[in-house]
Write a protein that binds this ligand. Structure first.
Ligand code: HEM
Length: 239
């Protein structure tokens, strides 16, 4: 017979770090959902079955899964922000979640997440108002979803406490590979771009993961990254 948890363990429940763990888990799942939404959005331009175009991507992927992954991502973003604000290990307010550079906690990397949130809200609002805006205005804002995704990756790598775990690193680079491939494919069907510009953009997309890997080695993968990232003293042991 195994003994149950002792009185000390029972007294320590719920774990005071539960919100913090939930926040980090929500961040990772959120990144995967955003990746699915962004990659399918890009693929749907080329393969999404617009009249007279290639229809290799079925509608449930091109439209339904794209939209549902984005909506689920927004709901999870609320959980991610809510738990970050409610958790008292770090000093982050609701205002810091929408206005960059307010929180003292890893300000540059947290602000990348804040800007990603602002862009995603703009994408969601303009999609809801799409009929009033017209396709041209909607498209301009909708394309910033890719920038939001890139900012979110920078945020996750720069501030994430789990980034030194191999499976987390593999997950993030998996997301980068999926969106990178979708972006290269998307660039092939960008009519306004000259061949030279298209090749330069593809080169940029392909070299970005290498540059990121170099930066990770010199920065976030180092044991003392919390200090240069801007971790205030009370939260120092939290990573
Ligand atoms: C689209 C927007 C966002 C995405 C995709 C995202 C994603 C992530 C990811 C992947 C992580 C790393 C989790 C880990 O290492 O286990 C993370 C960490 C975190 N994010 Fe976000 N995030 C976003 C926006 C925000 C915003 C607006 C806030 C502001 C409240 C925020 C606060 C945090 C905090 C406090 C952490 C934990 C930092 C740490 O581990 O020290 N995120 N996020």
């Amino acid at each position: 017979v195994t003994a149950g948890p002792g009185p000390a363990a029972v007294a320590a429940w719920p774990d005071p770090k539960a919100l913090w763990y939930l926040d980090r888990a929500a961040g990772l799942v959120l990144l995967v959902l955003l990746t699915v939404a962004v990659a399918l959005g890009q693929a749907s331009v080329r393969y999404g079955g617009r009249p007279g175009r290639d229809r290799r991507l079925p509608r449930f992927l091109a439209v339904d899964l794209h939209r549902n992954a984005a909506l689920l991502g927004l709901s999870l973003l609320a959980v991610h922000v809510g738990t970050a604000v409610a958790d008292d290990f770090v000093d982050i307010t609701v205002v810091d979640a929408v206005l960059p550079f307010g929180s003292p906690y890893r300000p540059v990397w947290l602000s990348a997440g804040t800007l990603a949130l602002d862009l995603l809200v703009a994408v969601a609002v303009t999609t809801a108002l799409r009929r009033r805006l017209g396709p041209a205005g909607w498209r301009v804002v909708h394309r910033s979803g890719l920038a939001a995704w890139a900012l979110a990756v920078g945020h996750g790598l720069g501030t994430g406490s789990d980034i030194r775990r191999p499976w987390v690193l593999a997950l993030v680079f998996g997301c980068v590979a999926v969106v990178g491939a979708a972006t290269v494919l998307r660039l092939q069907s960008a009519p306004g771009l000259s061949r030279g510009l298209r090749a330069a953009a593809c080169l940029l997309v392909l070299t970005a993961p290498l540059v990121t890997a170099g930066w990770l080695r010199a920065g976030p993968l180092q044991a003392d990254w919390g200090h240069p990232a801007g971790t205030p003293a009370p939260a120092g042991g939290h990573r």
